[in-house]
Design a protein around this ligand. Structure first.
Ligand code: C5P
Length: 205
C-alpha cells in the first residue's frame, strides 16, 4: 500500500494529467487519473442505462495508463470530445461521486508503489484530504484554453461549461485550507513538473 499520497486538483486544461504523470514517473510513484473513471462511467452509463454495476479497471502505472470497461479498452475513447461533452452531467450525481470516491480510495490503498500521485477535482478535499501533499494546479483561462486548443481534444465552449458545472460539486477553483496553489500560467511543462517536485520535496524533507 502506498504510504505517501500526493493529491492534485485543478480545472480542465491546467496540465494536471501530464504533470502528475511525469511527477509520478520521476519519483517511481503510482499514478491515478480519477477523471478517467468519470469519463469511463459516462460511456458505460450512456450505453447501459439500466445497469447497476460498472465493470471498471484502470492501471496505476504512470508508464502505461490503461482503462478498461468490461473487456473493452476505452483508453483512447475517453479522451474524445464526445465523452468530454457528456461527462459533467454524470459527475453531478451524488451516487456517481460516491462510487468514484470509493473506487479511487481502494486503488490508492492497493497501489504497491512507495507513493501515489492522484489527480482530479475533489482529491485534496474529499477523496484524500489527509494526503501528505495537497496541491491546486491552476492556470489562467486563456492559457488553459490555448493548451487544449493545441492538443485539439476539446472545444473552448465545452471546457468552460465543464468547469462551470463541475465547480458546483467540487472545490477546485480556489484552494481549501492547507492546499498549496501552483499557478502554471507562466510556466512551461518542465517548470510545472519542477514546481510540483519542489513542493513534494519541501514536505518530505
Ligand atoms: O480530469 P478530467 O478532465 O479527465 O475529468 C473529466 C470529468 O470528470 C470532469 O470534467 C468532472 O466532471 C469529472 N471529475 C470529477 N471529479 C474528479 C475528477 C473528474 O468530478 N475527481
Amino acid at each position: 500500500m502506498s504510504s505517501f499520497v500526493v493529491a492534485i486538483d485543478g480545472p480542465a486544461g491546467s496540465g494536471k494529467s501530464s504533470v502528475s504523470k511525469a511527477v509520478a514517473n520521476r519519483l517511481k510513484f503510482g499514478y491515478l487519473d480519477t477523471g478517467a473513471g468519470y469519463r469511463a462511467y459516462a460511456i458505460w452509463a450512456s450505453e447501459n442505462p439500466d445497469s447497476h454495476d460498472f465493470p471498471y479497471w484502470i492501471s496505476t502505472d504512470p508508464n502505461s495508463v490503461k482503462v478498461l470497461v468490461g473487456e473493452v479498452d476505452v483508453s483512447e475513447r475517453i479522451r474524445t470530445e464526445e465523452v468530454a461533452a457528456l461527462v459533467s452531467e454524470y459527475a453531478q450525481r451524488p451516487k456517481v461521486r460516491e462510487l468514484q470516491r470509493q473506487d479511487a480510495r481502494r486503488r490508492i490503498s492497493e497501489c504497491e508503489a512507495a507513493g501515489i500521485v492522484v489527480e482530479g477535482r475533489d482529491i485534496t478535499t474529499v477523496v484524500a484530504p489527509e494526503a501528505q501533499v495537497r496541491i491546486l494546479l491552476t492556470a489562467s483561462e486563456g492559457v488553459r484554453l490555448n493548451r487544449r486548443g493545441l492538443e485539439g481534444t476539446e472545444s473552448a465552449e465545452n471546457l468552460v461549461s465543464r468547469d462551470q458545472k463541475d465547480s458546483k460539486v467540487a472545490r477546485f477553483l480556489d484552494a481549501a485550507e492547507g492546499v498549496t496553489v501552483i499557478d502554471t500560467s507562466d510556466m512551461d511543462f518542465e517548470q510545472s513538473v519542477q514546481a510540483v517536485l519542489a513542493e513534494i520535496a519541501r514536505i518530505r524533507n
